[in-house]
Ligand binder design. Structure first.
Ligand code: PBG
Length: 347
């Protein structure tokens, strides 16, 4: 599927040196649906889809998110209904994100380590009702801090090691509540190792770590910050911890550290504008590698299709297939339920 460069070059030479001197016609293999099906190099299935779900306090609530048409924040009872639907569609895992009541946000992000916070209660409820689906939880302080940053702040600086200590506790309460996969998205240095150690010491050695190894300081997170309510709060930007979009080699160093520290899986974020990074991480490390088709990417497809400029369903499936072609083992996407429906209809 992913050929080393020299194999590709060799087959190119073979084609140009056609001894009969007949024209090469690559279109032969595309002449009909069955021929295309025969030579198709990659596949997209529902097993490739991970669905990010936003939760809020309350009962029987579904709150639309202005910046993400079609995406809602669910109270726990509604999240259960939707998770059940996702499981029935064959989606293997969901990724939970909280909208924290502003009254519970403080400069330390204390609510993140409350073992009875919204995320932990959601995990327990899902584990009880729908044990067959995987639960991924996000580790970072931004939904909990009054300043909207992923870490602790002092004199305008985001503190690294002090933050890591809190993140490890956050990961622990989530895992104890039933999270199957811990996904640190904070970009502090050294957090994977400390989280792994903390989990292992608590007998949670089977809880996986999906590291947001290469997470860029991206404008494409805008709608998400609206969804978790950290947008209005955020002071400054996240460029002292998230990566510079200009850098590719640095992503390999980020991933290498996380692999050494014990990451089970890697993630690249955002998705489509960063497919070169997906490709390189998969090639270099061979770990299960995921991409996050983030809120801004979702919003772009939604806006273009709402305007009548592109076909929404086809744009969803094409964009997801491109992640597979780049080497991703799966995609976190707000389109997951729709994509699963489309794949089911096509089969
Ligand atoms: C928070 C976090 C963010 C996203 C996932 N986890 C936002 C950020 O870093 O500001 C973005 C997801 C999306 O845009 O869909 N640590």
């Amino acid at each position: 599927m992913h050929h080393p460069i020299d194999t590709v070059t060799k087959s190119k030479l073979a084609l140009t040196k056609n001894s009969l001197d007949l024209p090469t016609r690559l279109r032969r293999n595309r002449k009909s649906p069955w021929a295309r099906a025969m030579v198709r190099e990659n596949t997209l299935t529902t097993a490739d889809l991970i669905w990010p779900v936003f939760v809020i306090e309350g009962d029987n609530l579904r709150v639309p998110i202005a910046a993400m048409s079609g995406v809602e924040r669910f109270s726990i009872d509604q999240a259960l209904r939707e998770t059940e639907r996702a499981a029935k569609l064959g989606i293997p895992a969901i990724a939970l994100f909280p909208y924290t009541d502003p009254a519970l946000r403080d400069d330390q992000g204390s609510e993140a380590v409350n073992g009875d916070n919204l995320i932990c209660r959601t995990c327990r409820a899902i584990k009880k009702e729908i044990p067959e689906i995987g639960i991924i939880t996000d580790v970072a302080l931004d939904p909990y801090t009054s300043h909207g940053h992923d870490g602790l702040m002092r004199d305008g600086m985001i503190l690294n090691d002090e933050t890591v200590a809190v993140l490890a506790q956050q990961a622990l309460v989530q895992a104890e509540a039933g999270a199957d996969v811990i996904a640190p998205s904070d970009m502090m240095d050294g957090r994977i190792g400390v989280i792994r150690e903390t989990l292992d010491q608590s007998g949670l050695e089977l809880v996986q770590i999906l590291s947001y190894a290469a997470k860029y300081a991206s404008v494409f997170y805008g709608p998400f910050r609206d969804a978790v309510g950290s947008f209005a709060a955020l002071t400054g930007d996240k460029r002292t911890y998230q990566m510079d979009p200009a850098n590719g080699n640095e992503a390999l160093r980020e991933a290498e550290l996380d692999v050494i520290e014990g990451a089970d899986m890697l993630m690249v974020k955002p998705g489509l504008p960063y497919l070169d990074i997906v490709y390189r991480l998969k090639q270099d490390f061979g770990l299960p590698t995921y991409a996050y088709q983030v809120s801004g990417e979702y919003a772009m497809i939604e806006a273009a299709s709402a305007g009548g400029f592109i076909d929404r369903d086809r744009a969803i499936l094409e964009s997801l297939m491109c992640f597979k072609r780049a080497g991703a083992d799966g995609v976190l996407t707000y389109f997951a339920p729709r994509a699963a429906e489309l794949l089911k209809m096509a089969s």
